[in-house]
Design a protein around this ligand. Sequence first.
Ligand code: HEC
Ligand code: HEC
Ligand code: HEC
Ligand code: HEC
Length: 175
Amino acid sequence: MAEEKNVSMPSGKRKKAPIVIGVVVAVLVVAGIGLFTWHNQPSFCGTVCHTMSDHVTNYEEGPGIAHLHQAANVSCLDCHQATLDVQLAEVKSQLAGDTDNLGLADRYYVDNSVCLNCHGGSYEELAKSTESLGAYNPHANPHGELNCNECHKGHATQQDTCSQCHENGGQRMLA
Ligand code: HEC
Ligand code: HEC
Ligand code: HEC
Ligand code: HEC
């Protein structure tokens, strides 16, 4: 009898450990998925980083292309891709209280390739959609390729860059 108990006790313990680990892992996975899903919502940015609530309001009301994209269900993280270096810079700036908007603008700068991923794939391809503007095509002109954000401001009124120096050939900024 006593021998039997000694044998069954350890085996019972051995069975319990994987169950406990399994439960912990399951809880972490569910919490992780929950956090990740929340992270993808605009509300996450406004809640966790309180300095971003202005951007969430702007996304909902405009002006700027962020708002223009809300209707198309394009979210914060579609433009502000969650790469590790960007994520770490965000956490660091929040902890340090270094949340100056101009500073953030550099860090959150949206790369042309992110925009082009959804808009034609290349500048050449995008330029075809506005080729009726001829030499004044904002996407193919004698001055070379500009950053999208020069004209299509994320969270501010669109900038008619070409008209800053001469007539713009009839182009009209959206939003
Ligand atoms: C995840 C995909 C996605 C990303 C990333 C994205 N866009 Fe868009 N964009 C869309 C969709 C969808 C629309 C609305 C449908 C359309 O007009 O093509 C849109 C609309 C637009 C429009 C208005 C077009 C019109 O005719 O009304 C402009 C301008 C624009 N995007 C520029 C940009 C710029 C600049 C960036 C980068 C900062 C960007 N987009 C990033 C998907 C995206
Ligand atoms: C020099 C300013 C300027 C830059 C830089 C620029 N755009 Fe535009 N974009 C415009 C203007 C102006 C229009 C509207 C043209 C018109 O009058 O039809 C436009 C239109 C668009 C449209 C709508 C095209 C359509 O189907 O009518 C998209 C999408 C777009 N831009 C995306 C981009 C992306 C992505 C980039 C960067 C790779 C970019 N733009 C860079 C000025 C610019
Ligand atoms: C269509 C792409 C797009 C979407 C969607 C978008 N942004 Fe932006 N965001 C930009 C661009 C482009 C900039 C660079 C500055 C500019 O052009 O205004 C920027 C800049 C920022 C900055 C830097 C500070 C500043 O004022 O320049 C923050 C913070 C930010 N966005 C947060 C958000 C949050 C939060 C959301 C969602 C609620 C969001 N963005 C949605 C394109 C986008
Ligand atoms: C910083 C000032 C400045 C901006 C911004 C600017 N241009 Fe120009 N552009 C000039 C100057 C100066 C010339 C004349 C240069 C020369 O004679 O080679 C010129 C010449 C041109 C020409 C040659 C034909 C002509 O009428 O002389 C075209 C086309 C043109 N620009 C289109 C554009 C477009 C499209 C944009 C917006 C993407 C733009 N420019 C933005 C300064 C500017």
